[in-house]
Write a protein that binds this ligand. Structure first.
Ligand code: WTA
Length: 648
């Protein structure tokens, strides 16, 4: 643990919306009187029909139920667009920076955003999209991705954005799970100078998704693609024939806004469902306070809209706050490792928010790239997605922030909708590597992993759970409320279990140590070991597979696969390459295994359970700490694993 503490400067404190003293008072109120606190803060957004009830939630097993502002009505898209028009119609809502640095950036004002989203929404209506219907969005990082999300919200359709790096198989699985009849995509995407064949992938996915009737296609690269008559529709053609005005649909606060698939420790990815009112209140308040956002500032979150970070902090949070949000199509190292900093200078970015994996990769590329940039527009830096090691934090602070900018390390999850543990820049001194203190309304507890007992002492180490609901919390797993209950509320009764381990230090600061379940965090992307395993065993030569994470300098965690082959098949370098490509094809490049080790057998208990603890240690090259192997059905397999590991 690093002991260095960075307190906000007097200048920051003078300008902040929340000082240290206000934080303490507001936090106390937010947990002792959630109805009063959230009832007031919910008025930051426009309600079509005011709510009379604020919080109606239960974590009491087995009656898990979460409702906020349940009798209120609003429209999320109107909150993100229409209500800004009178005062800020000509303010830039979205700055689009394309992959190719020589191509023109685009500046879309709130007024232009209004027209684009209205036309888009009318096209969806023309395709017969109904309120409550699920629409899948499979897009590159272009403004049309945001238009598509907001168009769904405007007419009350529920969007499910699938990251454009996922394979056709992964896309088909998600389309089928939520019964999408319509997919929105683009001809191609562009990343790092390479084309991403999105429409081709959709065509492949449709072989396994018979329920899809319409594919709405955005022309992006102009690349040559096949359009199927009667099924595929060009957005620009359809949009030309519809009106530029579309009235927002009044939605109940608890009507679903979106589904986002995320990996868990078992089975297929689950559809995390977020609703309208609580989510928007939470996304916009966290965005404003954690970044201390002030009108007119340029905010850049480098995530992809395919992840929750893109939902809450590229689209919904910033736009609800009338901010200027940057959408970047490209990657950090194209055309070179100075791209982020060039874009910061080009668009005079004030607040920059990225992931530790990118920081580590750019740190490794050498300081010349960051040194050549001016970066004087920057005021605040953020980090998200995985634990940030103090070295990367310090590099970010010194090289990018020039020891001038505050660094906020924000801990949260797809399930939480917005920040849960995070510094507030003017209130909470930071420590490199710690996400610091809870946001308003969030009551973290540290539990003993085995007994589930709450550790009352300030200094604590265990698993992280949350004692009560907050407005941005997911409401259910789409189509499977039982799975929602079992995943998050069964193991530690009365609490929401995060799946993360943590320590709390003597100052009450939280240090997230990473997942304690079988979820990997590879370059800030969440991936279930079970998903990679099921992709591997789908290969005809594989009989069994076990996948674990191991520490990786840049990615945070790498993917280590143990593979047992069918009798008669022999492991070879060629087969390892073939299996790696197979996993990429089945899931997508983010799931690409770093190591494949062929193993004659896997360490199992007598009841057949694979002992992952041992596999993790072997992958880490840590043979001294294998622990008790006496319960193994065949202790000999461990020696084989170690010998093969050492020979790799
Ligand atoms: C990890 C991304 C440490 C954590 C917003 C969590 C973090 C998982 C941090 C959720 C952070 C996210 N420090 N770990 N600041 N932020 N994580 O759903 O393990 O893609 O459970 O949401 O990422 O990943 P997800």
């Amino acid at each position: 643990m690093s002991s260095e503490v960075f307190a906000p400067s007097e200048e920051v404190v003078a300008k902040t919306s929340v000082t240290a003293e206000q934080y303490d008072r507001m936090y106390q109120r937010s947990v002792s009187d959630p109805d009063g606190f959230w009832g007031e803060h919910a008025l930051r957004i426009d309600w079509i029909k005011p709510f009379t009830k604020v919080k109606n939630t239960s974590f009491e097993w087995p009656d898990i139920s979460i409702k906020w502002f349940e009798d209120g009505q609003l429209n999320v898209a109107a909150n993100c667009i229409d209500r800004h028009l009178a005062e800020r119609g000509d303010t830039v809502a979205i700055i689009f920076e394309p992959d190719d640095p020589k191509a023109d950036a685009r500046h879309i004002t709130y007024r232009e955003l209004h027209e684009e989203v209205c036309r888009f929404a009318n096209v969806l209506k023309q395709l017969g999209v109904q309120k409550g219907e699920r629409v899948t969005i499979y897009m590159p990082m272009i403004p049309e991705a945001a238009y598509a999300m907001l168009a769904c919200a405007r007419i009350g359709a529920v969007h499910s954005v699938v990251f454009g790096g996922f394979s056709p198989d992964a896309l088909a699985g998600r389309v089928n799970d939520c019964d999408s009849r319509v997919i929105i995509t683009a001809d191609e995407g562009c990343r790092g100078g390479k084309k991403v064949p999105l429409k081709v992938n959709v065509d492949k996915a449709l072989a396994d998704s018979p329920g899809v009737e319409k594919v709405l296609v955005v022309r992006n690269t102009g690349g040559d693609i096949a359009m199927e008559d009667g099924r595929d529709v060009w957005l620009h053609e359809a949009a030309a024939g519809v009106e530029a005005v579309c009235e927002p649909e009044p939605m109940n606060a608890e009507d679903p806004l979106f589904i986002l698939y995320t990996s868990g420790s078992t089975g297929k990815p689950k559809g995390v469902l977020h609703t309208s009112g609580g989510y928007l209140v939470y996304a916009s308040l966290t965005h404003e306070l954690t970044f201390d956002y002030k009108q007119g500032e340029v905010f850049w979150c480098t995530a992809d809209v395919g992840w929750v970070t893109g939902h809450s902090y590229i689209v919904y949070g910033p736009l609800a706050n009338g901010a200027t949000t940057v959408m970047f199509e490209g990657v950090p190292n194209y055309p070179d490792a100075g791209r982020f900093w060039d874009v910061v200078d080009k668009h005079k970015v004030n607040i920059f928010y990225t992931a530790p994996t990118a920081i580590r990769a750019l740190m490794g590329a050498g300081n010349q790239f960051v040194e050549r940039a001016d970066l004087s527009s920057l005021r605040l830096l953020g980090s998200v997605g995985e634990p940030i090691n103090p070295e990367a934090w310090m590099w970010y602070y010194r090289q990018v922030g020039r020891e001038r900018c505050i660094v906020v390390d924000t801990w949260w999850q797809t399930e939480t909708g917005g920040f849960m543990i995070t510094p507030l820049p003017g209130a909470i001194p930071t420590k490199p590597g710690s996400a610091t203190k809870p946001f308003f309304g969030v009551q973290p507890v540290v539990l003993e992993p085995e007994s589930g007992k709450v550790i009352e002492e300030t200094e604590a180490s265990g698993v992280l759970a949350i004692a009560d609901s907050w407005p941005g919390q997911m409401r259910t797993v789409y189509g499977d409320h039982q799975r929602f209950k079992e995943t998050y509320f069964q193991q530690y009764k009365g609490y929401y279990f995060t799946g993360d381990g943590c320590r709390r230090d003597e100052d009450g600061y939280y240090w997230i140590t990473g997942r304690v379940d079988d979820v990997l965090n590879v370059s800030g992307h969440r991936l279930g070991t079970a998903e990679v395993e099921s992709a591997l065993v789908a290969h005809p030569k594989v009989s069994e597979a076990a996948v674990v994470g191991f520490p990786h300098d840049v990615k945070g965690q790498g993917i280590y696969c143990y593979v047992t082959l069918m009798a008669g098949d022999a492991g070879s370098d060629d087969l390892a390459v073939e299996l790696r490509n197979w996993v990429r094809k089945e899931i997508g490049p983010i799931a690409s295994p770093d190591h494949i080790q062929f193993a004659p057998g896997l360490p199992k208990t007598r009841s057949g359970k694979i002992m992952r603890r041992i596999l993790r240690k072997v992958a880490e090259n840590d043979y001294g700490a294998l622990g008790d192997t006496s319960t193994l059905a065949d202790p000999g397999v461990v020696d084989d694993l170690i010998t093969n590991r050492k020979n790799r």
